[in-house]
Design a protein around this ligand. Structure first.
Ligand code: URP
Ligand code: ZN
Ligand code: ZN
Ligand code: ZN
Length: 466
């Protein structure tokens, strides 16, 4: 087996920052040694990577992506091939995507369909959550089988009536089942029934522009749904993970629950940390580029999200990567904001945007690695195979240049989408070399990976419970 030595870098994990040499044998990390001692230790390697002046970090774990998702009459524009390649470029080495149960269909059918889309196409390792769109006797039973085979988390929706929506009774039953089988319920927490009333009223009043998407999806309706989801989880005796949290009032609900010692967790996304309703209000329908749910919020909310990330009231930053081209896809909603497909691209940008947050003083370097790699890996049962650099871990490693300057742009990104939500934004930091299970897949602006290198990952149940 081929041995690789990464020499001279600052190894950063959620727990430590140490100058160390990292030895990889085949697909795994086998040892760390004090900087410069590799030779004295008698380590030999086929390949030596000089990481002097660079960070050596675990590859990012993006626990929320939607490659090829059918949504709003179209499909998310990144395939598993293009989306995972873009992830690799940005220093992410594992994605957890969402297989979808169709209405009236079995979980198994949905999962098989998503396996068929991904198999042989991924540049990096991948796993699946399951979207429970139709909670019934059969799908509840199937949850047990999926947990046994390593699909250990299930997304439910309090939004999107008629599409993915589950009522409180269905949610409670899924949570009860999760409490029993170890499956973690992930919640899209927005009161979709009330939102649909407001959507109808806005459109009837001639309010059709993208910015009204943000106005009708009220902060209070995210907070209310978050509160309700927490109470339902308490009744069921189950843990709860709330996805794509954007409103400060929802953060407050999570913080209050955590202060009570509950196993309640929250995720936010770069778009909520770096973008705002100002973007949704951009003229000439440009605001459509920023339509996602939960929606972008006024800038004031960002400080509360950063605080939540520092206090661990929010544990994870994922992208909710769900790209739709402006041309031909976002445009489906010209004249009716409710027809704009929901979702933003970002799988390639997450590690860099969060590093910029380190530069800006929002979070520490170790917290960067924690929220972007270690915590998502623990939350979704991939730790310590993923999310850290330790003997026995997969050698998913990024040599990160903290001083590189880059300008984010659709003209240079690798995602299959015709715009960037962060166009023109300057960030400091860049993945120089990216290893996936010991194989170099990106090196100095060259892509060396291949479709099919990425391997499906079965998962343990949540490793984050108190
Ligand atoms: O707008 C979003 N978030 N689109 C993806 C689907 C979801 O609700 O996560
Ligand atoms: Zn959602
Ligand atoms: Zn507000
Ligand atoms: Zn999503």
């Amino acid at each position: 087996m081929s041995r690789t030595l990464i020499r001279g870098g600052l190894v950063i994990t959620a727990a430590d920052e140490v100058h160390a040499d990292v030895l990889i044998d085949g697909e795994q990390v086998v040892a760390l040694a004090a900087a410069g001692s590799a030779v004295a230790e008698g380590w030999t390697a086929d390949t030596v990577i000089d990481a002097g002046g660079k960070y050596v970090i675990p590859g990012g774990v993006d626990a929320h992506t939607h490659m090829e998702l059918p949504f709003g009459g179209t499909f998310a524009s990144d395939t598993f091939e293009t989306g995972t390649r873009a992830a690799a470029w940005g220093g992410t080495t594992t994605v957890v995507d969402f297989a979808v149960q169709s209405m009236g269909g079995a979980l198994r059918e949905g999962l098989d369909a998503w396996h068929a889309k991904a198999a042989g196409n991924c540049a990096i390792d991948y796993a699946f959550h399951m979207i429970l769109a139709d909670v019934n006797e059969n799908s509840l039973k199937e949850m047990d089988l999926l947990v046994d085979e390593g699909v250990t988390s299930f997304k439910l929706f309090m939004a999107y009536p008629g599409v993915f929506y589950s009522d409180d009774g269905k949610i409670l039953r899924a949570m009860q089942r999760g409490a029993d089988n170890g499956g973690l319920v992930m919640m899209h927490a927005e009161n979709g029934i009330a939102i649909d009333v407001l959507v109808g009223q806005a459109l009837a009043a001639g309010k059709t522009d993208p910015r009204y998407h943000g106005e009708v999806r009220r902060e209070l309706l995210e907070a209310e749904a978050t509160h309700r989801a927490i109470q339902l989880a308490r009744v069921a005796g189950s843990p709860l993970y709330v996805v794509h949290v954007s409103a400060q009032q929802a953060v407050a609900e999570l913080a209050a629950a955590r202060d009570m010692g509950l196993n309640v967790f929250g995720e936010t996304c770069p778009q909520y940390l770096f973008l705002s309703t100002d973007n949704l209000a951009e003229p000439d329908f440009e605001g459509a580029k920023y339509v996602c749910s939960t929606p972008l919020r006024p800038k004031e909310h960002q400080a509360e999200l950063w605080k939540g990330l520092r206090t661990n009231d929010l544990q994870v930053v994922s992208t909710d990567h769900c790209p739709f081209c402006f041309s031909g896809q976002k445009e489906l909603g010209r004249g009716d904001f409710s027809k704009i497909p929901n979702g933003l691209p970002g799988v390639e940008n997450r590690m860099d945007l969060l590093h910029q947050a380190v530069v800006d003083g929002h979070i520490s370097r170790r917290r960067w690695i924690e929220i972007a790699a270690a915590s998502p890996a623990r939350m979704f049962g991939l730790y310590p195979r993923k999310g850290t650099i330790a003997p026995g871990s997969d050698a998913d490693i990024v040599i990160y240049d903290p001083d590189a300057e880059q300008t984010i742009s659709a003209s240079t990104h690798h995602m299959n989408v015709d715009y960037s939500a962060y166009e023109g934004r300057q960030v400091r930091g860049k993945a120089r070399t990216v290893l996936s299970r010991g194989t170099v897949v990106v090196d100095d602006d060259r892509y060396l990976g291949r479709a099919g290198h990425g391997r499906y990952q079965t998962r343990q149940t949540c490793q984050y419970l108190v």
